[in-house]
Design a protein around this ligand. Structure first.
Ligand code: HAM
Length: 421
């Protein structure tokens, strides 16, 4: 019997959950300011969505999908990434008739059967954005600008933006031929994955993680040198918009990204702090994907950012968000006043205060200790006498200062005192 969490999954405990909630709410707020609406797609899709969407030469489709037959014999796959799923929804929900561009953001868990490593899990969370309906490099720049805004608000400094263009299906024909011509003499020395990529998608041979393959790829022709005029102009415009937005970038000639749908712009924010993977966030343009999934010929561009890797990055840079939110008041009670204490706590909580009370039946001494551990600001002891008088002594834990306060005015007291702290 195995009663442990499955390999590659993690329990998120309250402290981390609070941190995630904070990051997610900052991201949601920024997306709202940029005019994005939220989308939530199902946790699983028909396998075809990802096979056609992400592409047969990607590692995701070749070896990482959680795919199974449901009881109706349909092939179902747990969402390994968001873009194909969001595009499926775009087509199915007729969003092509919405005012263009359609701008969507999401916060969804993803499933990939990968080898566990620092920053790499079998279930992870991505926050991401997609813009449908704009071929303009302005859309690429706006998305990168949104990420830059997010990182600034979080206080992240050391990540680097790597950007490249992998061209369109037109320039890709000649480029793939040039790549195959280059790699053919080395095939015997390259890894099995690269041999397979040689046939299916030689571009991916540029970002193989095997050292020997990397050494061979150093001299390979770069996608940027093979762009057609339109793609070159597009890339130059993206970088000039980034300069206008004051966003530093580094052109990475080997960056191709691991999903087959990309066209033209590809980018990643990379950092040494997030494990061998290095990327916190990845994205790019996918101008053919909507048509591939049965929609009209509508361009798209987007990115996704891994929450787990973002947390590693924030921790490494010492800028984890502050989430301490201890209850402001602890109401200690006795057996005879326990019900009144619960009621008072409920009243104050309903007024919007954060209040703790004993729900175990602890001694007064143990309740005091508990209040101290929780880090509350104030403590009151509600005994029979206090109840009779309708007055309590409110003690500030930091300096022991006490003030008496009518029970009916505790809310007002907390309002002014907590606000003033
Ligand atoms: P991706 O690069 O495969 O792109 O994943 C996006 C981000 O998710 C990565 O940069 C990383 O932070 C995080 N991530 C990926 N796999 C794992 C894992 N196993 N464990 C932890 N974190 C992980 C996409 O998925 C594209 N859909 C991004 C995109 C959106 N492109 C256009 N629009």
């Amino acid at each position: 019997m195995n009663l442990r969490a499955p390999k590659g999954t993690r329990d998120v405990l309250p402290e981390e959950a609070a941190m995630r909630r904070k990051l997610e709410s900052i991201f949601a707020d920024i997306c709202g300011r940029y005019g994005f609406g939220e989308i939530r797609t199902p946790t699983f899709e028909h396998t075809e969505v990802f096979v056609r969407g992400v592409g047969g030469s990607s590692d995701i489709v070749r070896k990482e999908m959680y795919t199974f037959l449901d009881k109706g014999d349909r092939s179902i796959t747990l969402r390994p990434e968001g873009t194909a799923a969001v595009v499926r929804a775009f087509v199915e929900q007729g969003m092509a008739s919405w005012p263009s561009p359609v701008k969507l953001w999401y916060n969804m868990n993803m499933f990939r059967y990968e080898r566990m490593q620092k920053g790499r899990y079998r279930e992870h969370n991505q926050i991401g954005c997609e813009i449908f309906g704009s071929e303009s490099p302005m859309a690429d720049a706006e998305l990168i600008g949104l990420l830059d805004t997010f990182f600034r608000e979080l206080g992240i400094k050391e990540t680097e933006l790597h950007i490249n263009s992998i061209g369109c299906p037109i320039c890709r024909v000649d480029y793939e031929k040039a790549l195959r011509d280059y790699f053919r003499p080395y095939l015997d020395e390259m890894c099995d994955d690269c041999t397979e990529r040689f046939e299916k998608n030689p571009l991916r041979m540029l970002d193989c993680k095997v050292i020997k393959c990397q050494e061979i790829a150093v001299e390979a022709p770069a996608p940027l040198d093979a762009l057609c005029d339109d793609c070159r102009d597009h890339f130059d415009a993206v970088t000039s918009y980034l300069e206008a937005l004051d966003i530093p970038y580094c052109v990475n000639l080997r960056l191709v990204r691991g999903l087959d749908y990309y066209t033209r712009t590809v980018f990643e924010f990379v950092s040494p702090n997030v494990g061998t993977q290095g990327s916190i966030c990845g994205g790019g343009r996918y101008d053919g994907l909507i048509a591939e999934l049965g929609g009209a010929d509508i361009p798209g561009v987007g990115f996704a950012l891994g929450i787990e890797r973002l947390l590693l990055e924030l921790e490494a840079q010492g800028v984890l968000p502050d989430t301490d939110n201890p209850p402001s008041l602890y109401i200690a009670s006795f057996e005879s006043t326990a019900a009144e204490a619960l009621k008072l706590a409920q009243t104050l909580i309903r007024q919007g205060f954060s209040v703790a009370t004993d729900v175990i039946g602890k001694s007064l001494r143990a309740q005091m200790k508990a209040a101290d551990k929780l880090g509350v600001t104030y403590i009151v002891v509600l005994g029979d006498f206090e109840l009779e008088q309708g007055i309590v002594n409110v003690r500030r834990l930091s300096d022991g200062e006490e003030q008496s306060c009518a029970l009916t005015e505790l809310g007002d007291f907390l309002e002014s005192a907590v606000g003033a702290d």
